[in-house]
Design a protein around this ligand. Structure first.
Ligand code: GLN
Length: 234
């Protein structure tokens, strides 16, 4: 039987705006196909061993401070996991900690773990609202979600965006890019939660983790929701 090991990083601290729904989506989309999925919650003080997928949600600056410190203990291991082509998905605050650093408006710089060549500096306003992006990673080529962040993220080097913003602000409201990808590490500002409304992206992550394309399933309800949100600003 096909099997996936998924590590849910710091769910007690970074799990805002329903980001845990991403775990439920991956769980169900594997189980519906008879793919065995083992989900391990990794909390402060826990060790981390090899997994096929790592997920981290978003959160307020305060929670990010604690997770930033804890992640430094696992930086070398997680960089090696990235280079072993394990799959990572970070949402918003978790995405920011996948980069080099996150500089909040007030307070010390939070160190990331450098899975992505990116950095984030808090802006003077919050970006809040629906987001639609165009992407080359999946078909259909749209991704939808909801953003709520003050952080402005800038990409460098070989780290590429997930897509271009059609509605919303994305990484920084200036370069029209949203999200980031390097190797099999993905970050996005899309809450909502992200994967239930973008089943094709969930299946893309499962495909990368398994090494084979998962069989199609009936996604009429999921894409009905997805399509109802495309280009919907409010
Ligand atoms: N605290 C970070 C910011 O405001 C991340 C917020 C979030 O995860 N929604 O940019």
């Amino acid at each position: 039987m096909k099997k996936i090991r998924l590590a849910h990083l710091y769910p007690k601290l970074l799990n805002i705006y329903g980001d845990g729904g991403n775990i439920l989506t991956l769980k169900k989309r594997c189980e519906w196909r008879g793919i065995h999925i083992e989900i391990d919650e990794i909390n402060i003080g826990d060790s981390i061993d090899e997994h096929d997928i790592y997920f981290i949600g978003g959160g307020q600056d305060k929670q990010q401070i604690e997770v930033s410190k804890e992640l430094q203990k696992h930086k070398e291991f997680l960089l090696a996991e990235r280079d072993r082509m394990s799959v990572f998905l970070g949402i918003c605050g978790g995405y920011q900690l996948f980069g080099e650093y996150y500089q909040p408006n007030n307070g010390e710089r939070l160190l990331g773990i450098g899975l992505l060549d990116a950095y984030t500096i808090a802006g003077d306003k919050r970006f809040i609202g629906n987001v639609t992006i165009k992407t080359d990673l999946v078909e259909p080529n749209t991704l939808v979600g909801f953003e709520n962040h003050s952080g402005l993220t800038y990409l460098r080097g070989d780290t590429q965006p997930i897509g271009k913003v059609i509605i919303g602000n994305g990484n920084n409201g200036k370069d029209s890019f949203e999200g980031a990808r390097y190797k099999n590490v993905f970050g996005t500002y899309l809450h909502g939660s992200f994967l239930p409304k973008n089943p094709h992206f969930a299946d893309y992550l499962i495909e990368l983790a398994l090494g084979t394309k998962p069989e199609p399933i009936d996604d009429r309800i999921e894409f009905g929701t997805h399509n109802s949100l495309i280009n919907k600003a409010y």
